[in-house]
Design a protein around this ligand. Structure first.
Ligand code: FES
Length: 140
């Protein structure tokens, strides 16, 4: 005697049913997998960062320099002097960041070279997403 539906290709055994039950949450998790939402921050297209060129921008009120390396890494450095907070500027001739307020000097890596500052220039941690970079705003 046959019903209105054709018989299943394979009988569903207890083992098959358990396997399907175990696979269902995984399939659901994969279907729902997304990148976490990007943090709030300054968004910069990578196309705006030519390799080897120092790009200054404002991150909130903070002047920041972005430097994209040939290997794809991007260094984000605060340009606020760690002495009293004047804005430093990169000097190609002196290979140093120079502070106009009290003659503070910082090396290419942000380390103090001279003057009153005692702490290096601060670096930020940019997040690379596809074709852009995000400088997250700090909370607190
Ligand atoms: S604020 Fe830069 S050296 Fe004083």
């Amino acid at each position: 005697m046959s019903g209105p539906f054709p018989p299943p290709a394979q009988p569903i055994t207890r083992r098959t049913a358990l396997g399907l039950a175990a696979a269902a949450p995984l399939a659901a998790a994969l279907a729902c997998r997304r990148e976490p939402p990007p943090p709030a921050g300054t968004v910069v297209p990578l196309a705006a960062l030519p390799v080897g060129e120092r790009v200054r921008l404002l991150h909130g009120e903070q002047p920041v320099e972005l430097l994209r390396e040939a290997d794809g890494r991007v260094t984000a450095r605060s340009l606020w002097c760690t002495h009293v907070g004047c804005e430093v500027a990169w000097s190609e001739e002196q290979s140093a960041y120079l502070c106009p307020c009290h003659d503070g000097r910082f090396g290419a890596d942000g380390a103090v070279l001279g003057g009153p500052p005692t702490r290096p220039l601060r670096t930020l941690a940019p997040i690379l997403r596809d074709d852009h970079l995000i400088l997250p705003f700090e909370s607190g």
